[in-house]
Design a protein around this ligand. Structure first.
Ligand code: AG3
Length: 270
């Protein structure tokens, strides 16, 4: 019955299953287990430690939302740091927005190699000279770098295993020290429905460090519950610039403001 299905488990009693044509890869790296499936409904699907990271079919929602929403606040960003994001999907959207310089620090070089081989469009950003890829630990990088960034995008896995430190107050302190004056940090902050602790951790951790913090949500069909949160923060105010927002496939000028209107149960987590 369960043959040829990949399932991500959400709780002891619920999982989402994708019928697969083929399993293309399964590797255990120094950091995590990476699996790649060819699914019927979502095309190629990359999973890390049993959790869906991206699919060909719906990656645009996550990657547009983590890059385009913060893009339109405060001064126009030109120098952006991505922590995680080894598939290249966030960098690709930043290039579309005309970002001058992108530094992408991914801890697991295997993710990059797999993305280059199996997701050539998504990872095409790594061929662009504006993107500098560093395979290394983002937590260490941010402590040691002398650079400051207009945006820091934390494109991490869930806060278990290698990504746990990316949801901590200490890490946010280091981030703050490497943002320009009106710079903005954004992180994926989990499923408000299935992972309220992840959202609470990100929001509380950022609130202790930054003056303003805002959470917004998007519909991502292949992530737990479909409702996904992102949380962004800055040392000063975060104000929309007077600039017409480009549309993506999910993002548009209505979503830019509307994604901040949160359901009551989500507000209660913050
Ligand atoms: N990184 C965030 C994925 C978190 C998904 N969690 C889950 N399925 N339980 C996405 C990587 C895309 N660049």
């Amino acid at each position: 019955l369960i043959e040829n299905w990949f399932s991500e488990r959400y709780s002891d009693n619920l999982q989402l299953s994708f019928r697969v044509k083929d399993q293309l890869l399964s590797v255990k790296t120094d950091y995590q287990r990476i699996d790649l499936f060819d699914t019927y409904d979502f095309g190629k699907l990359l999973s890390i430690d049993g959790t869906v990271q991206l699919t060909e079919k719906d990656e645009y929602v996550y990657h547009e939302m983590i890059t385009m929403v913060p893009h339109y606040f405060n001064s126009r960003p030109s120098n952006v740091l991505i922590i995680g994001g080894g598939d290249g999907g966030a960098a690709r959207r930043l290039l579309d927005l005309g970002t001058d310089k992108i530094t992408n620090v991914e801890i697991d070089g295997n993710v990059v190699e797999i993305a280059k081989k199996y997701f050539p469009d998504i990872s095409s950003s790594f061929k662009d000279s504006r993107v500098k890829l560093i395979v290394g630990d983002g937590i260490k990088y941010i402590k040691e770098t002398e650079n400051k960034f207009d945006r820091i995008i934390i494109d991490s896995t869930d806060p278990v295993g290698p990504a746990e430190g990316l949801f901590s107050r200490d890490f946010y302190e280091d981030i703050k020290a490497h943002l320009t004056d009106d710079g903005i940090v954004v992180t994926q902050s989990g499923s408000p429905y299935y992972q309220p602790a992840a959202l609470a951790m990100a929001h509380k951790g950022m609130s202790e460090v930054f003056k303003s913090v805002k959470t917004y949500c998007a519909f991502i069909p292949t992530y737990p519950s479909g409702l996904w949160s992102f949380t962004m923060a800055s040392s000063g105010e975060m104000k929309l610039r007077d600039e017409k927002a480009k549309s993506g496939k999910y993002f548009n000028s209505d979503i830019l403001t509307g994604s901040f209107y949160l359901p009551e149960f989500v507000k209660n987590i913050l």
